[in-house]
Ligand binder design. Structure first.
Ligand code: ADP
Length: 353
């Protein structure tokens, strides 16, 4: 038995937006509708940021379709809410279509910064946003591996005297990595002028187009590359990633102070605690606090910063990074939900400003 888009659309005419008293189709809010066998994918555009009726509209849409069309249908409703327009991020042409730039940062390497960056970007894209992901980690670019793009080489288009780099599209993201320009087995020894000029090219001479969010995987620590990034781009906010143990936290604090420095002055959106506890896959209810409990939460509270969430240490996350398929793609999995909630919090934090 197959179902037509028309049947679904007619059912959606029964879903009323409580504030306007009109149905969502009439209001022009039905932006996308796809039917694949028993799966129905609906995208609803709500003009208001944080529309209070979002959940009730979602529930009503599912219930109405199941009642009027078929209760065998799996229905996925996504919302696209506009991102509040900021003044343009810089006056450089190639960046003018980017609305918000999110820096994902850690004080030290190996705490899962790139893992959080790629999964956050995927979770935002799954919510219907236009998302770019820039891997600016000159010390160890890992996004090509985490997205199975190790051999990808982006195209360049000639514009006047400049070569404009075209990001690679995968998982609904536009991706560029400093790793696309080096041999994966070569150590990246870019420092100083070389690193900063490559970073400038990947930002100001790349075809990013229109983006709601550009997520940047920052290098860890503090360096001249950080300075270039904050001077070239207007960063909307930084997400600080740390693990709960003291060695990581003290480096995270250095990073917090760097973003707060008056010459850098990047708003900090909050902290994410990665590897917050270990959970064995076959015993999902068990939690082992192998790196200590809630270290990041305590740091957030002592620094008067928001605590954005906790990501557990699970084998599946490491495996998905290694196989090049970000775990957030599976929205219904434990970690899919974690990243979905994290992305929602970040969208919300950015819309507050
Ligand atoms: P960083 O960018 O901070 O250097 P990565 O994101 O590259 O760190 O992560 C380092 C390693 O740890 C990777 O192999 C990654 O798959 C793994 N990893 C990160 N976070 C988790 C987690 N929550 N659970 C399991 N493995 C993780």
């Amino acid at each position: 038995m197959s179902f037509s888009k028309e049947e679904i659309r007619i059912a959606l005419e029964k879903v009323i937006h409580p504030e306007h008293g009109k149905n969502i189709v009439e209001l022009g809010y039905l932006e996308g509708l796809k039917v694949e066998e028993n799966d129905v994918f609906i995208t609803i555009h709500l003009p208001k940021i944080n529309d209070p009726f979002k959940t009730s509209i979602e529930k009503a849409a599912i219930k109405t379709i199941q009642t009027l069309v078929s209760d065998k249908l799996n229905i996925v409703v996504k919302f696209r809410t506009p991102v509040k327009k900021e003044s343009k991020v810089t006056n450089t042409d190639k960046l003018s279509g980017i609305n918000k730039i999110i820096a994902v940062y850690s004080g030290k390497g190996g705490v899962g910064k790139s893992t959080i960056a790629v999964n956050l970007a995927v979770a935002l894209a799954l919510k219907g946003y236009k998302v770019g992901l820039l891997d600016a980690d000159v010390y160890g670019p890992s996004i090509p591996k985490m997205t199975a793009l190790e051999n990808a080489r982006p195209n360049a288009i000639q514009e006047g005297t400049k070569n404009i780099i075209v990001p690679i599209e995968k998982f609904g993201l536009k991706i560029l990595s400093i790793g696309f320009f080096v041999n994966p087995t070569d150590p990246v020894v870019w420092r100083g002028p070389m690193a900063t000029s490559v970073i400038k090219q990947l930002t100001t001479e790349a075809e990013w187009g229109e983006l709601d969010y550009l997520v940047i995987d920052f290098p860890p620590g503090t360096s001249d590359v950080h300075l270039t990034l904050v001077q070239t781009l207007k960063i909307s906010g930084a997400v600080i990633v740390s693990t709960p143990q003291n060695v990581a936290l003290s480096d995270a604090l250095k990073g917090i102070n760097m973003f707060r420095n008056k010459d850098i002055n990047v708003p900090i959106l909050g902290l994410v605690e990665n590897m917050a506890w270990f959970t064995p896959e076959n015993h999902p209810d068990e939690k082992y606090y192998i790196f200590g409990k809630e270290g990041c939460k305590k740091l957030a509270s002592s620094e008067n910063l928001d605590f954005l969430g906790q990501v557990p240490l699970v084998q599946g996350l490491q495996e998905s990074s290694d196989s090049g398929e970000p775990i957030a793609i599976n929205e219904k999995s434990l970690l899919g939900k974690v990243f979905s909630e994290l992305s929602e919090k970040i969208v919300h934090k950015l819309s507050e400003k």
